[in-house]
Ligand binder design. Structure first.
Ligand code: SF4
Ligand code: SF4
Length: 96
């Protein structure tokens, strides 16, 4: 999966072709990490990127994840056994 940045065991992922270029992730980021790039995806949408040198400013707050209408950008905890998105609630998962 494409990563925008990594911090400790967590990473910010971006699925480029899910993006519709709405810029919501850019607007809601409290630390100004993201900006729209000059790159277009398969949907002819301008996709976001991490501003040069701003990787360290990401606080993994998931606001971009919650704001994205297409779940194109999201935080994942990559610790072993934690391959799900960090904000995903598994309490309601069906038992087998
Ligand atoms: S996780 Fe939070 S700080 Fe990091 S890019 Fe998304 S909105 Fe910005
Ligand atoms: S909020 Fe989602 S769809 Fe909108 S620009 Fe950001 S990644 Fe793309």
């Amino acid at each position: 999966m494409p990563k925008l940045l990594t911090k400790g065991s967590k990473a910010l992922f971006f699925q480029k072709n899910r993006c519709q270029g709405c810029e919501m992730c850019v607007v809601v980021c409290p630390t100004g990490v993201l900006e729209l790039s000059d790159e277009y995806n398969m949907r002819a949408a301008r996709v976001p990127r991490v501003k040069h040198g701003k990787e360290v400013s990401c606080i993994l707050c998931q606001r971009c994840e919650f704001a994205c209408p297409n779940w194109a950008i999201y935080v994942v905890d990559e610790q072993p056994g934690e391959q799900k998105p960090a904000g995903q609630d598994v309490k309601g998962a069906a038992r087998v």
